[in-house]
Design a protein around this ligand. Structure first.
Ligand code: 8YV
Length: 311
């Protein structure tokens, strides 16, 4: 008998097909009344297949009394109630590392785009404005100061990208790293004051909510740029909109937002902002590797082995 898995939302089609070929998968998001379904059938499921976006909250975990394993597509764990999983001894698998390159690439693309204004310049050409004059000068990236909030797996790759651009890199974490090659800033404010570019690469969740506040944005100042590839919740979004509108920071490159897919409409009118639809890991190569890790974590669990990437 195949193991029974509950799938929380649409996943990569190739992954869905492979999971369905191996397990007895039920799609919770196709249920007209998911709560009624869980009340009637919750005890049937031993595994959950989910993503960083759909997560697995405390209510879901409580509704699945025989749950033993959660396998999530993504590195972010902010939508999974890890305490609830831990309390029940439920194994949690996720997909770190395989997406570091693409997320760091996206961070760097945003640094380049927001400073050099490539997206704005592309619109300028398409509008036919080049026929009537030159595009204004932009800001140089190479050799500048890049501050990283969250020197984790992805932060380290961003730092490596920055070294290719001869940038000076500093970082802030809860604690200095024993093995970091870069200067540790004692506070996020000190990092923001120092940096030309502040890149947010920390985890989401309660611990980092609102860390990039109005005060931090003011420390970054009118020549500083903010880039966020982590979670919208790390930045006080209203404070960011205000700072951009008032010219209190120079610009922002954002792949993530507080209430996706809703983006504050006030940002649409601003040319010093680059807006992406949370696409940092969305390449064929990286998504295939993430899908493989979701499968490998489940296969390891059901074979009685340790997960390849366990939380
Ligand atoms: C994905 C992400 O968009 O890994 C993460 O935490 O945010 C992204 O890679 C996400 O996993 C899709 O749900």
């Amino acid at each position: 008998m195949p193991q029974r898995l509950l799938q929380m939302g649409p996943l990569l089609p190739a992954l869905e097909a492979r999971l369905a070929a191996t397990y007895d998968v039920h799609l919770l998001h196709k249920e007209p009344d998911p709560n009624a379904f869980l009340a009637a059938h919750g005890p049937d499921f031993v595994g959950v297949a989910t993503s960083a976006r759909f997560g697995a909250d405390a209510a879901l975990i409580a509704a699945l009394p025989n749950l033993k394993v959660i396998s999530s597509f993504g590195v972010g764990l902010d939508a999974i109630d890890l305490d609830a999983a831990r309390a029940r001894g439920i194994a949690v698998g996720y997909t770190p590392d395989v997406l570091n390159d693409c997320v760091a690439d996206t961070a760097f693309a945003l640094v380049m785009d927001v400073a050099r204004r490539f997206s704005t310049a592309d619109r300028f050409v398409r509008r036919g404005d080049w026929l009537h004059g030159q595009f204004p000068l932009a800001t140089k990236v190479s050799g500048k100061k890049l501050g990283i909030l969250g020197m984790g797996r992805i932060g380290r790759v961003i730092a490596r990208r920055a070294s290719g651009f001869d940038m000076d890199v500093r970082y802030h974490n809860r604690k200095p790293l024993a093995d970091a090659d870069h200067v540790y800033a004692e506070s996020l404010k000190a990092l923001a004051e120092w940096a030309d570019f502040l890149v947010v690469a920390s985890a989401g969740g309660a611990e980092t909510r609102g860390l990039v506040s109005r005060e931090i944005l003011d420390a970054l100042g009118p020549t500083g740029y903010l880039v966020n590839i982590s979670r919208g919740t790390v930045v006080d979004e209203q404070a960011l909109v205000d700072a951009l509108q008032d010219g209190r920071i120079a610009g922002a490159g954002l792949d993530v937002f507080e209430d996706e897919p809703k983006v504050p409409e006030a940002l649409f009118a601003l040319d010093n902002v680059v807006l992406l639809p949370h696409l940092a890991s969305n390449t064929h190569e990286t998504r295939a590797a993430m899908a493989q890790r979701v499968e490998d974590n489940l296969a390891a669990f059901f074979a009685g082995r340790a997960l390849v990437s366990a939380v």
